[in-house]
Design a protein around this ligand. Structure first.
Ligand code: G4P
Length: 294
């Protein structure tokens, strides 16, 4: 699966963010807790420079808690980074975020020296929802189809929170980190790439193969199976049979079965699932480096 980002869009986003960064003291990068590596933006570290950064592993309600914990430790090893798992379902934890910002910038937070924060992140990780929770009301439009090829340079919104904190969202749309093919699949499975740009059967097969190995029990339980199939395509066939996805002549409709699997993953119906761990990413990076050097 190939996802295309246009160099012109990337350069424009880089330029606009770089200009806005001169007025920023702290960056909040929002990522999807199910795929923290793949949903990280490659430009944030480059553009924030010395500024402290809070990495939010958002939608943690959908992610595997043990894996989220491993990712939090992984990110906290980075210089100037604090990591937090958040979810729209736990608003009280989100509301403590300004307190953490003040801790990271002890000299700021007065009327003369407000804390200026930029919220960054790829589409669909929950930035608008987070801003709305912090603001305590609906300010940002939530739930737009994620855009992957269109760069919209919007006027930057800035909201003022209690305690002299000025919050702005990213001026423009950032692209995800698609360094290896698995990242594009993981972004598609979790809904960060818009549905019109993906082949459901292709990504459902990827997801099914992964789930069979990593979450066997959840698969068996959710689809009421006697045993877990060994191969992804067998699982899709089982889902098709169980859910009555049949075409004329009793042929299993794999497209419909694929849509069911992806929908159930995204909605959390299969339970809390993460699609990458720090160990997996280290391994994949090593493999790809070896491939490039041979
Ligand atoms: P963005 O600004 O980064 O593009 O993301 P946005 O806030 O628009 O959120 C994208 C989708 O993710 C929305 O769902 C939103 O409700 C959902 N979301 C945000 N935070 C969380 C969270 O912590 N947990 C879960 N499970 N979902 C979260 P949607 O279906 O696209 O829209 P809607 O049906 O909520 O309107």
């Amino acid at each position: 699966m190939t996802v295309q980002w246009y160099p012109g869009h990337m350069n424009k986003a880089r330029r606009i963010i770089k200009e806005s960064m001169t007025d920023v003291d702290l960056v909040i990068e929002v990522m999807d807790a199910r795929i923290p590596f793949s949903s990280e933006n490659p430009m944030v570290a480059e553009l924030r420079q010395h500024r402290p950064c809070i990495k939010i592993l958002n939608k943690s309600d959908l992610a595997d808690p043990a894996i989220t914990k491993a990712w939090l430790s992984y990110f906290e090893k980075e210089q100037g980074v604090k990591a937090q798992a958040l979810s729209v379902q736990d608003k009280s934890k989100t509301k403590n975020l300004p307190q953490l910002c003040r801790k990271l910038l002890p000299g700021r937070g007065s009327a003369v020296k407000p804390i200026r924060i930029m919220i960054m992140g790829i589409p669909n990780v929950g930035k608008s929802t987070l801003i709305n929770t912090l603001a305590g009301k609906t300010l940002a439009k939530v739930g737009d189809e994620p855009a992957i090829t269109k760069l919209v340079s919007s006027a930057q919104h800035r909201i003022i929170l209690e305690g002299n904190i000025a919050l702005s969202d990213t001026p423009g749309i950032l692209w995800p980190k698609i360094e290896n093919e698995n990242s594009s699949y993981r972004l598609a499975v979790t809904g960060a790439i818009k549905n019109t740009a993906i082949d459901f059967e292709d990504i459902a097969l990827f997801a099914a193969d992964y789930l069979i190995n990593a979450y066997t029990e959840k698969v068996v339980e959710r689809f009421k199976l006697k045993t877990c199939p060994e191969k992804g395509f067998q699982l899709l066939e089982e889902i098709g049979r169980k859910r009555g996805c049949l075409r004329a002549g009793g042929v299993i409709d794999i497209q419909r079965a694929s849509e069911i699997l992806i929908h159930e993953i995204r909605s959390g119906a299969l339970g809390s699932i993460s699609f990458e761990t720090p160990e997996m990413i280290l391994h994949e990076t090593k493999v790809s480096e070896n491939e490039q050097s041979t």
